[in-house]
Design a protein around this ligand. Structure first.
Ligand code: 0PR
Length: 366
């Protein structure tokens, strides 16, 4: 058998995105795929060989900076939100230099922070959230001490798409002179394109770094995460010497690093422009509303009124429903507290997909 035929067989075992209602990734935009192909052999780990790709990354970071209200952004495109969060916290730890460092994160933070604390040997302190699942700023304050090297706020929580009170967190961070890292891995390419965007970004003086992933709502090819710092000193604090490369220093976590994420993310933002992105986000929010209406007719109530295109519906037998749906090749996810079915309404989750899904859910519930 031809090897490509063999590969196709394996690929056909995967579930197509049109049946995936749980993912923060989506079908890459067609311009992203073309851009990816053009840059397929690039390696930003050795920048002297790829000055064109380096320049493209610089321009992309500037575009992202403009979106995030930062005139002189410092950052790079990495493997995803996990790496971006690692680098955000690692830089804060390097700058604050404490013997027994700790960070204060919301209880709703993504599991990447567990990896971070393990890798960096940092104590993690989890602050409670209020009834709308936003972190309690008072709790955050009470968990801070002289060894706190960073505070984390989330703009678009993984489970519910909620936004923490970042304006207040920023005031606290400024007052205490502690770096504030914002995990906007998902929300970073949603919130700026909403009708009344919540000020989650560098517009707040206390915000020092932001995670923002083009391979989620940016429709770039995987992998494409993003980390942006307000101040160059954070990036500098991550540098190691690279004696035999075309560059002298390297601040990235990985060595060999694809230029495909840079090219595909840049292509989408340039081709669509901020106005095109606004249209995409508008459509996702409209489809989220459609799902909420359909689900409410089946008796399901959202845990919180959706803030963005992530929504969870209370259900005592969410796990059973998920399993039964999976048997029919539909993928949803669940959350445990409260028990709920969770959906991410990405660009591939169209009105048609939602209607088809609802008809199958009705069957499953019989
Ligand atoms: N921060 C937040 C707020 C996230 O939601 C995620 C991932 C990350 C950081 C980490 O990003 P990377 O996975 O790029 O390192 N959120 C999704 C999740 O855990 C990732 C995902 C994507 C999961 C596609 C499943 C899937 O099919 O739910």
């Amino acid at each position: 058998m031809n090897v490509l035929e063999e590969l196709k067989k394996f690929r056909e075992m995967d579930i197509p995105y049109s049946r995936v209602l749980s993912s923060m990734c989506t079908v890459s935009h067609e311009i992203a795929i073309k851009a990816h192909q053009l840059f397929i052999n690039t390696n930003l780990g050795d920048p002297g060989i790829f000055p064109g790709t380096v320049e493209l990354e610089k321009r992309l970071i500037e575009m992202i900076g403009e979106l995030l209200h930062c005139k002189t952004p410092f950052g790079y495109i990495c493997s995803g939100g996990t790496e971006a969060n690692i680098q955000g916290i690692r830089s804060a730890r390097n700058i604050k230099t404490k013997n027994k460092p700790n960070i204060v994160i919301p209880k709703t933070a993504h599991f990447s922070f567990e990896k971070i604390c393990d890798i960096l040997r940092i104590e993690v302190r989890r602050a409670d959230v209020d009834e709308s699942y936003k972190v309690e700023v008072g709790e955050v304050e009470s968990l801070i001490d002289e060894n706190t090297v960073a505070i984390v706020g989330i703009a678009g929580t993984t489970e519910l798409g909620q936004i923490d009170p970042i304006v207040e967190l920023s005031k606290l961070a400024e007052e205490k002179d502690i770096p504030l890292h914002i995990d906007a891995a998902f929300g970073g390419l949603v919130i700026p394109f909403m009708d009344k965007p919540y000020p989650f970004d560098f517009i707040n003086k206390g915000v020092t770094s932001i995670t923002i992933d083009p391979h989620k709502m940016g429709m770039a090819t995987i992998p494409a995460g993003g980390i942006v710092f307000r101040d160059e000193k954070f990036l500098k604090s991550l540098e190691v010497e690279t004696p035999y490369l075309t560059s002298r220093m390297q601040f990235t976590l990985t060595g060999t690093r694809p230029g495909t994420g840079v090219a595909s993310a840049y292509a989408v933002l340039r081709a669509l422009g901020f106005s095109g992105m606004r249209e995409i986000v508008k459509q996702c929010l409209k489809n989220t509303k459609i799902l909420v209406e359909e689900m409410s007719q089946l008796g399901f109530e959202p845990v919180i009124k959706p803030v963005m295109n992530v929504v969870a519906f209370r259900s005592e037998n969410a796990e059973d429903l998920k399993s039964e749906l999976y048997r029919r090749r539909w993928v949803i996810s669940t959350i445990r507290n409260p028990k709920a079915m969770r959906f991410v309404i990405m660009p591939h989750v169209t009105e048609e997909v939602i209607k088809y899904f609802i008809s199958e859910l009705k069957e499953v519930m019989k």
